[in-house]
Design a protein around this ligand. Structure first.
Ligand code: PH2
Ligand code: MG
Ligand code: MG
Length: 143
């Protein structure tokens, strides 16, 4: 089983409900949720003028490959009504694969670890709540 950290974000409609629904959908697909951060309200970073986000991070265990998991998270985003694909624009629900075990990979759809996670307090804060050692290690890669 791979241990995977997923970032959750929403800034349209009932943000908390969208995040709850996303977690529900993951469980319904056989994904075990092993840790869940609190949800924090954050100012939008980048993109157009848009509303505040609710953000959180979960840890899951899965036998899905990174690409299979990406396929699942994208299908959940669609099912929960995500339509707008504007870069950094407002979204009903965003599910980002942050870390997948120790895997590093880049293909045409996916880069792991998430390339911008280290610059994003809205990821680091909830991640440090459930995995403080990982956040420490992210900034001490040479040790
Ligand atoms: N996601 C983005 C762009 N900007 N800002 C906040 N606060 N939270 C997000 O989840 C977020 C963002 C692109 O996915
Ligand atoms: Mg994102
Ligand atoms: Mg995304």
């Amino acid at each position: 089983m791979a241990k995977v950290y997923i970032g959750l974000g929403s800034n349209i409609g009932n943000r908390q409900q969208h995040i709850k629904n996303a977690i529900h959908e993951l469980k319904a697909k056989g994904i075990s949720i092993i840790a869940q951060s609190s949800l924090i309200e954050t100012d939008p970073q980048g993109g157009p003028l848009q509303g505040k986000y609710l953000n959180g991070v979960i840890a899951i265990e899965t036998n899905l490959s990174p690409d299979e998991l990406l396929h699942l998270t994208q299908s959940i985003e669609q099912k929960l009504g995500r339509r707008h694909r504007e870069r950094n624009g407002p979204r009903t629900i965003d599910l980002d694969i942050l870390l997948y075990d120790q895997v590093t990979l880049t293909n045409s759809h996916l880069t792991v670890p998430h390339p911008r996670m280290k610059e994003r307090d809205f990821v680091l804060k909830p991640l440090s709540e459930i995995a403080p050692e990982i956040v420490k290690d992210l900034f001490h890669e040479n040790h």
